[in-house]
Design a protein around this ligand. Structure first.
Ligand SMILES: Cc1ncc(COP(=O)(O)O)c(C=O)c1O
Length: 428
């Protein structure tokens, strides 16, 4: 790409000034402080380019799965373009061919009686709906989630999260109870008669990808059934092929009552979320089918895109690539871990849903910075900063694994040098 550097630098400065003055001054100050004021310009597959053309980043965060299929995936763009000839958002009150076909495709790909889908725009909205359905169906109010889990920032989803996200906004309802992840006793002790549902991410991303212990999810489902409570699995990050199977819960021999999807369902192009529900739960809407609405949820253009995402992500060859790249990473990351033992302590992995376990809480932020300096976009897990989330695009090619490992090696070396200075100066 050719850039007129003067013009591009001016454009970047103007963007940053406008952003500081009219969108978020705090974010600009944060990125300036760490010399990471990247402004997304051109983007293509796994690559992001700074708007001034001076830097590029290999996207190993994929926005938590939004960019599973890479940036500006050609198949997604082509289908959107061709449907722009005929469609728009559509009307959420009316029957829609595109929404119907997407619902049918989803049901075909989901196991058990997960036959109905209500579409939304964001993950938080889809989580809120799942919680509403749980309450309406069970006629119970209380909701169990896990410490460090994350389901969104909307009215109900935020209340399932940690206090740091809730208390500034004065959310402190006793109807939302948190327990420890992977601890069956704490769920068992909390599952009383007034519990509407348990909500879990199949693999909690913001907690740093702890993998569910053998039998944990299955046991949670059994306990829920016994107690007349529902199990909601949030696959906003873990779904759509991320773990090497189409749905992450398929690894754990469990079928939940509801599944929530978002992020990647958009193809990175057109926002779309989904609350997929067991057939029995659809009765909640029998008295008044208009009791829940989302004007732009399940938009017709979005439905066309999401259907294509489902087609691509459920393809066996696509899933085989995820597993192939995941196995290659395991071998290469293990070597890095041995080389940098003491700093890089372990690998959490299910397909390409991976977390790098580091020395301590400072190491995640420090490695995020040195990785950035080495052209890699990775981000530490906000609810466990000793873990760096590692979510490459699912379309990743073998040659890119070696590039990423080479750069990560350099980034870890620099992080090890920077760590004591960062600690001393309280840089992060
Ligand atoms: C696991 C999980 N659930 C729900 C959400 C909320 O999705 P959204 O930001 O689209 O509201 C997120 C967002 O990061 C998420 O990671």
């Amino acid at each position: 790409m050719l850039f007129n550097t003067n013009k591009a630098s001016k454009e970047k400065k103007q963007t940053i000034d406008q952003f500081r003055n009219h969108v978020s001054s705090g974010k600009v100050d944060f990125y300036k402080k760490y010399n990471m004021d990247f402004v997304m310009g051109h983007r293509d597959g796994p690559w992001l380019y700074d708007i001034d053309g001076k830097k590029k980043l290999y996207n190993l965060h994929s926005n938590g799965g939004v960019f599973n299929l890479g940036h500006r995936n050609k198949e997604i763009i082509d289908i959107l373009k061709s449907n722009l000839q005929n469609y728009d958002i559509g009307n959420h009150h009316l029957i829609s061919k595109e929404r119907a076909e997407l619902g049918a495709k989803m049901a075909e790909l989901m196991p058990g009686n997960l036959d109905y889908t209500i579409f939304g725009v964001s993950g938080g909205e889809a989580i809120d709906l799942a919680l509403k359905i749980a309450r309406a169906y069970t006629k119970r109010k209380k909701i169990i989630s896990v410490y460090g889990g994350y389901h969104g920032h909307t009215g109900l989803s935020i209340q399932t999260g940690d206090a740091q996200y809730r208390t500034p906004f004065l959310f402190d309802s006793p109807d939302f109870i948190q327990v420890e992840f992977n601890n069956i006793d704490s769920i068992q002790a909390t599952l009383q008669e007034d519990i509407a549902c348990v909500i879990l991410e199949t693999i909690p991303a913001t907690l740093g990808m702890p993998i569910p212990k053998d039998g944990y999810l299955k046991k949670v489902k059994e306990l829920c059934e016994k107690n007349g409570s529902l199990l909601i699995l949030d696959e906003v990050q873990a779904g759509l092929g991320r773990t090497g199977k189409l749905w992450a819960f398929e690894h754990f021999n469990v079928i939940p009552d509801m599944v929530v999807l978002a992020k990647g369902l958009s193809g990175g192009i057109y926002p779309m979320s989904a609350t997929v529900i067991d057939r029995k739960l659809e009765t909640v809407f029998h008295d008044d089918p208009f009791i829940h609405i989302s004007t732009s949820g399940g938009s017709e253009l979005g439905s066309v895109v999401a259907k294509k995402v489902l087609e691509i992500s459920s393809d066996q060859i696509f899933l085989e690539n995820v597993n192939f790249i995941s196995d290659l990473f395991q071998i290469q990351l293990k070597k890095l871990q041995q080389k940098h033992s003491g700093y890089f302590k372990g690998i959490r992995r299910k397909g390409l849903m991976m977390g790098l376990e580091l020395k301590d809480d400072l190491a995640g932020p420090v490695l995020t910075k040195t990785a950035y300096d080495n052209d890699l976009l990775i981000i530490y897990a906000n609810n466990d900063k000793s873990i760096v989330q590692f979510l490459p695009p699912l379309i990743m090619e073998e040659k890119d694994v070696y590039f990423v490992i080479k750069q990560l090696d350099k980034a870890i070396k620099q992080a090890r040098l920077l760590h004591p200075i960062a600690k001393l100066k309280e840089l992060f």
